[in-house]
Design a protein around this ligand. Structure first.
Ligand code: ADP
Ligand code: MG
Length: 570
């Protein structure tokens, strides 16, 4: 590393100012980043009392030359940049020279460090930012920073951090982000003296499997592609392995963990309609981008970054994720389906059968088509299916090229209707069916306001409604999409779909979904052979026949091999 020097005023003034260390996890993040910048191959983190009692970060990196140790605790003292222009090509985590002085100012800090060439280590002790002692010490090459009694001299801050447990959780998260970003570096974490994680140096894939909580590499789909001025790479969770929150989402820009709503939305957009409503994908995505196309100097803790060309980056990332997901076979195999639906009737149904769920069968039904264009759908095809009948008034059974196929009649019909409605509305409007007798529907004032401002949107979808008094409307027509049973119910769902996030396109799509969902054949509906034939035919013609828009599968395959295993034929 270059020697540590104090940044010129002109450079220091260009640096995003703010509180660097507001909680233990922030200190841990800075210390780990210093270790990584120093080229460490192994980093251990020990934390006690959520980091308020003790944080110790030990690395085997370059160390700090003895004569520079005191300097490292000066504000704006850094070895990583020297000139304003360096900010445009920054590759290191640090560049502000603020972390060590900021942490030292609010703790009792001991730094022990030794460079490769030195005869001994040096130990510096600081209390509240004041250097108390500097002495030679015996220690191996590398650096250990011990931060005791963080915030001991800022009681207001301490009071604000109540639970040690919560802080320990945040520390673990910070460590995990480092672990994910640097598979070639070994990490170890202890909390209150107990082993909380050991990660020997390994591959990015192994780390992703571990930290995303995937069952194995087969549950992750590798992603790779080009974006303006850079590349993306990483791992995407298969859509069926979704979560109720975003904890298993990792985003990095040039290996720097970031919180970027833009990048997150781009990835999630790639999963559009492949996930159940209200569920989130798991992923670890690395954006590598020319530092000149990026501003990392916008957030005091560098959690946010700014891109020169947000719009194109967003579109490229969403498209890459989409294409990657769609290039993977989406017909669930029975074994995989059973494994995914833990505790569900699907699993129960398979539970007494031997061997199912032990191994995912060799998929004879892979969809080998090249990745399709995002939005402009080059259709992915179902195999030819010959209907066998209906099961439990809910599933259609069919024979296909390599075994048995089960189609969820509701999910399949939803998909068919949704595509039909979307196509009609894009062409100018969904055809209506006029009610023989108009219905009077009572609405709340809020619903009424929503309705009045969206009459045109509703009419595009095939609904004709006339306000009639302060709280009532006359419903004259509903979409001719499917079965018009319960037109009032259908209409109410449509009103429900009007609220939610703005954006005309989103709203129209929500309306299409609500309409398709409510007019589709339901589970429990008895279907005659003609209706079964028609549904399979329509599903085969769909652009995306494999999932309904809630992300549930429309079709599951049981291969010949699977059947043979069930009957112990091999
Ligand atoms: P910055 O990382 O922005 O340069 P810091 O205050 O975090 O500022 O660190 C100041 C300097 O101390 C760094 O530039 C680096 O030279 C040195 N340093 C800090 N931690 C380590 C470490 N673990 N190993 C080697 N050098 C370190
Ligand atoms: Mg630093």
């Amino acid at each position: 590393m270059s020697p540590i020097r104090i940044l010129d005023r002109s450079v220091a003034e260009r640096i995003a100012a703010g509180e660097v260390v507001d909680r233990p996890a922030a200190a841990v993040k800075e210390l780990i980043e210093n270790s990584l910048d120093a080229g460490a191959r192994a980093i251990s983190v020990d934390v006690e009392g959520g980091g308020l009692r003790l944080i110790r970060v030990t690395d085997d990196g370059s160390g700090i030359p003895a004569e520079e140790v005191a300097l490292a605790f000066q504000r704006y003292a850094t070895s990583k940049i020297a000139r304003v222009e360096d900010l445009d090509t920054i590759r290191s985590y640090g560049f502000r020279g603020e972390a060590l002085p900021s942490i030292a100012a609010v703790s009792r800090l001991t730094l022990t460090t030794r460079t490769a060439g030195a005869d001994a280590a040096v130990r510096a002790v600081l209390v509240g930012g004041t250097l108390e002692s500097l002495a030679l010490w015996g220690a191996p090459r590398g650096t250990t920073v011990e931060v005791a009694t963080l915030f001991f001299n800022t009681p207001a801050r301490l009071k604000f951090l109540k639970s040690g447990l919560r802080e320990a959780g945040l520390v673990a998260e910070v460590v995990q982000r480092g672990v994910m970003a640097h598979p070639d570096v070994a990490f170890r974490l202890t909390l209150n003296g107990r082993d909380a994680g050991r990660w020997p140096a390994s591959s990015g894939e192994a780390r992703a499997v571990d930290l995303l909580g995937a069952g194995g590499a087969a549950d992750l789909i590798p992603v790779q592609g080009a974006i303006p001025s850079g590349t993306v790479a990483g791992w995407l969770g298969r859509p069926e392995h979704n979560r109720s929150n975003r904890a298993a989402q990792y985003l990095f820009v040039n290996r720097r963990p970031v919180q970027s709503a833009m990048l997150r939305r781009a990835v999630e957009q790639g999963y559009a309609q492949l996930l159940p409503v209200g569920r989130f994908p798991l992923f670890s995505v690395f954006v590598e981008i020319d530092p000149a196309a990026l501003d990392v100097n916008v957030h005091p803790r560098k959690l946010e970054v700014r891109f020169r060309d947000e719009g194109r980056l967003f579109a490229a990332l969403a498209r890459i994720v989409r294409e990657t997901l769609l290039a993977h076979p989406l017909v669930r195999q029975a074994a995989a389906a059973a494994r995914m639906a833990v505790g569900s009737p699907a699993e129960a149904a398979f539970a007494h059968l031997p061997a199912v769920g032990q191994h995912a069968s060799a998929l004879s039904l892979e969809v080998h088509e090249p990745a399709r264009q995002y939005a402009a759908a080059a259709p992915r095809r179902l195999p030819p299916l010959c209907p066998l009948g209906q099961l439990l008034n809910t599933y259609i059974l069919a024979e296909g090229p390599d075994g048995l196929y089960l189609v969820d009649q509701h999910a399949a019909h939803e998909r068919v209707l949704y595509e039909r409605i979307e196509a009609a509305r894009r062409k100018g409007g969904v055809p209506s069916q006029t009610l023989v007798v108009p219905l009077t529907v009572e609405l709340t004032p809020a619903q009424m306001a929503l309705l009045i401002s969206h009459l045109d949107v509703l009419s595009t979808l095939g609904y004709t409604a006339e306000p009639f008094g302060a709280r009532t409307v006359l419903l004259r027509a509903v979409p001719a999409a499917g079965d018009a049973r319960g037109p009032e119910d259908l209409f109410r769902r449509a009103i429900g779909a009007l609220s939610g996030e703005e954006g005309a396109e989103d709203m129209l799509e929500r309306l299409s979904i609500a309409t398709a969902c409510h007019t589709a054949i339901r589970a429990g509906d008895r279907l005659n052979p003609e209706a079964i034939e028609a549904l399979l035919h329509d599903l085969a013609a769909a652009d995306d026949p494999f999932t309904c828009f809630h992300g549930r599968p429309t079709i599951v395959a049981v291969s010949r091999a699977e059947l043979e295993r069930w009957f112990l034929r091999r």
